[in-house]
Design a protein around this ligand. Structure first.
Ligand SMILES: Cc1cc2nc3c(=O)[nH]c(=O)nc-3n(C[C@H](O)[C@H](O)[C@H](O)COP(=O)(O)O)c2cc1C
Length: 127
């Protein structure tokens, strides 16, 4: 039977908590999308880092890839909204893993703005 993987990126832990609670309730597996170069713990500095990545259409490197992707038919991608869209590291994740034929479900946490253009940005890079 095919399974569900929840791949999440978090900076301050809110999305991690959501991912862990969802995994516990659904039995899905978890994968943490971890940047090679950590983002600043200072909100203001991180806002600058995120804006720069956004402007440069950067693809920040991820430490590792999920194992046994072929076992999953559904990938839930959880992330915080950064600058009204998904963090660029989510685009790295979608591009460097072969998710063809799988159902990709985006789930975001945010302060107040809602999902912004994250769905559009993710759809554009999904093969
Ligand atoms: C760089 C940066 C940009 C953000 N931009 C937005 C935004 O555009 N809209 C919004 O509602 N929240 C924004 N937030 C708030 C986060 O989306 C929110 O706090 C999120 O739940 C944090 O999740 P985490 O703890 O998993 O990192 C931003 C936070 C950061 C650090």
């Amino acid at each position: 039977m095919k399974k569900t993987l929840i791949a999440y990126f978090t900076r301050t832990g809110i999305t991690k908590k959501l991912a862990e609670d969802t995994a516990k309730q659904t039995g899905a597996d978890l994968f943490a999308i971890e940047p090679v170069k950590e983002y600043s713990s200072s909100y203001l500095i991180c806002v600058g880092q995120a804006k720069l990545e956004n402007l440069q259409n950067a693809r920040p490197a991820i430490k590792a890839k999920p194992q046994n992707l072929q076992d999953y038919d559904t990938i839930v991608v959880m992330f915080p909204i950064w600058w009204f869209t998904c963090p660029n590291i989510i685009l790295t994740f979608l591009e460097e893993n072969d998710l063809s034929g799988k159902t990709v479900i985006p789930v975001c946490t945010y302060g107040s703005s809602g999902k912004g253009s994250s769905e559009k940005a993710m759809t554009a890079v999904c093969k």
